[in-house]
Design a protein around this ligand. Structure first.
Ligand SMILES: Cc1ncc(COP(=O)(O)O)c(C=O)c1O
Length: 383
């Protein structure tokens, strides 16, 4: 299978250098401040842990589709948090983290050789990987016009959107999403929108002149203003990994067109892709409680507020980054040069070229270190 090399191995030399850092002041501390990965570091909320503990007796097989109360709970979350009142619980399916779904969606939809899968030019690498696993053709594009004058027979079969974006933090607005949906519907293209950072929305704070928004989260592909009230051909992909510090549980879901979800369900039942029962209960607790998400959002907001000006002190410009867990920063030079300069200060970041050639002058700085790590990192940047 033609899969790309796992790029993180290329960071080993920079990581070694950063590990050897010794600060001139106690504030700067010693050793590595790792801002290269978006893995949560704060505790899993008690309300979720409790739900997991309450479900440890699980002798029987759980339902691949998830229990009706779990699917209803997820539909309720869409109504409460995303402004989507009309998610059909029959169109909801739990997944083992969303990376799994991203990697297997083209295969689960029956795509193969000759089929095109589109995704953004600067993107989470798994969209490309998923196309390759299916034997389909990956196609990076930022505008539907990049696909040329397509007809239903020459259009992509699946188009990935990612809003808020990893790595750029860009948010697609309602109008943009609605245009993509109209284009896709004319051509029979399935639109899958990866929205796993939707709860970490920093707009409405005057950054880059973004307007204050009408929702507490970023717009969903299933929003009635986008979908026109029908979820046909649309899938929203979501994960509680980031909003609820649950990356270790693998608790995510896909929702939208019930006919498409049934198709995924059929294959997943045969393939044993079943969310464990205790995780189903934990996921239900996570989507039913907004308070722990608000607490976590404030932690990340505080870390962003410390890190962003420090990156600017260091001479970087922060682009986009209006939502999500990352600051997308550039010094107008090759990202590997920025990576090395930051490693000398004991800070490891992700080079933008991990996310496609168009990211080669940016670095992705995750706000997922502990408060201590973030303040040491900021002190080093401003030194
Ligand atoms: C855009 C995007 N999609 C999906 C994932 C996968 O998340 P998980 O598998 O933990 O649900 C990530 C993780 O970083 C991500 O950034």
């Amino acid at each position: 299978m033609d899969l790309p090399d796992f790029p993180w191995d290329s960071l080993a030399p920079a990581k070694e250098r950063a590990r050897a850092f010794s600060g001139a002041t106690p504030d700067e501390g010693e050793g590595l401040v790792d801002l290269s990965v978006g893995t949560p570091v704060d505790p899993t909320p008690e309300v979720v842990q409790e739900a997991l503990r309450g479900a440890v007796d699980a002798p029987g097989y759980p339902q691949t589709w998830g229990t009706p109360d779990l699917r209803e709970g997820i539909a309720g979350w869409f109504a409460r948090r995303r402004g989507v009142p009309d998610v059909d619980p029959d169109g909801v399916l739990p997944t083992l983290g969303s990376k799994e779904l991203v990697a297997w969606l083209p295969t689960l939809l029956g795509l193969g050789p000759g089929d095109v899968v589109g995704f953004p030019t600067v993107a989470y690498p798994t969209y490309d990987v998923g196309a390759r696993i299916a034997g389909a053709t990956p196609f990076a594009a930022d505008a539907t016009t990049a696909f040329g004058p397509t007809t239903p027979s020459s259009a992509p079969r699946l188009l990935w959107l990612n809003s808020p974006s990893n790595p750029t933090g860009k948010v697609l607005g309602v109008e943009h999403l609605a245009k993509v949906v109209a284009w896709a519907r004319e051509r029979g293209v399935v639109v899958a929108s990866d929205e796993c950072y939707a709860e970490l929305d920093w707009r409405g704070e005057g950054e880059r002149g973004e307007p204050v928004t009408d929702l507490p989260t970023t717009p969903s592909i299933l929003d009635p203003r986008v979908s026109g009230g029908s979820h046909e051909g649309l899938l929203a992909v979501y994960s509680t990994s980031k909003q609820s510090n649950l990356a270790g549980y693998r608790a995510a879901f896909v929702a939208g067109d019930p006919a498409l979800v049934r198709q995924l369900l059929e294959v997943r039942k045969h393939a044993g892709m079943i969310m464990p029962w205790p995780v189903q209960r934990a996921l239900l607790a996570a989507v039913s409680d907004d308070e722990h998400v608000a607490v976590q959002r404030e932690r990340y907001r505080a870390r962003r507020d410390v890190l962003r000006p420090a990156l600017e002190d260091f001479g970087l410009r922060v682009d986009e980054s209006t939502a999500g867990l990352y600051l997308w920063a550039t010094a107008g030079e090759d990202c590997r040069a920025t990576l090395d300069r930051l490693a000398e200060r004991g800070i490891l970041v992700a080079p933008g070229d991990f996310y496609g050639p168009a990211g080669r002058e940016h670095v992705r700085v995750a706000v997922t270190a502990s408060d201590e790590g973030i303040s040491a990192g900021a002190a080093r940047l401003s030194a």
